[in-house]
Write a protein that binds this ligand. Structure first.
Ligand code: FES
Length: 150
């Protein structure tokens, strides 16, 4: 066990955990930030995507000890009331079906639009290719991302 200082959604948090614990489980089980989902646990599905210093990362595969004092943002920290432009676009386009993967999808979309505010369809497909949706909402995801810039 180790005491680890975290900066999550603008707040300082201290956890006592095995330093190898994936960030995903610290978020969900120690900090009750359950918007970040567990899908595969092996960095293949994107359900666990959060931002680390503004970049999309797979929290299931990030040992918590490696992110001490780095800026972490989860879906809960994206906006006060679910009113981030990407969240609003998701609602306007009825993107979600079962919804399980959607927080990860939104976090990846936000990271994409931050680095590239007007992505082409090909750039959207490439950036979002690591986020799997078993309901097949890909076309609505693409429409929503496009609409943020129109
Ligand atoms: Fe992390 Fe699937 S749960 S990528």
């Amino acid at each position: 066990m180790a005491t680890i200082n975290l900066n999550i959604n603008g707040k300082s948090q201290v956890v006592d955990v095995d330093p190898k614990t994936p960030l995903l489980w610290v978020l969900r089980e120690h900090l009750n930030l359950v918007g970040t989902k567990y899908g595969c646990g092996i960095a293949q599905c994107g359900a666990c995507t959060v931002h680390l210093e503004g970049n999309a990362v797979r929290s299931c595969s990030v040992p918590v000890s490696t992110v001490s004092n780095k800026k972490i943002t989860t879906i809960e920290g994206l906006s006060e009331n679910g009113d981030h432009p990407v969240q609003k676009a998701w609602l306007e386009h009825d993107v979600s079906q079962c919804g399980y993967c959607q927080t990860g999808q939104i976090m990846s979309a936000v990271a994409l639009l931050k680095s590239n505010p007007a992505p082409t369809d090909a750039q959207i497909e490439t950036a979002m290719s690591g986020n799997i949706c078993r309901c097949g909402t890909y076309l609505r995801i693409k429409d929503a991302i496009r609409s943020v810039n129109t």
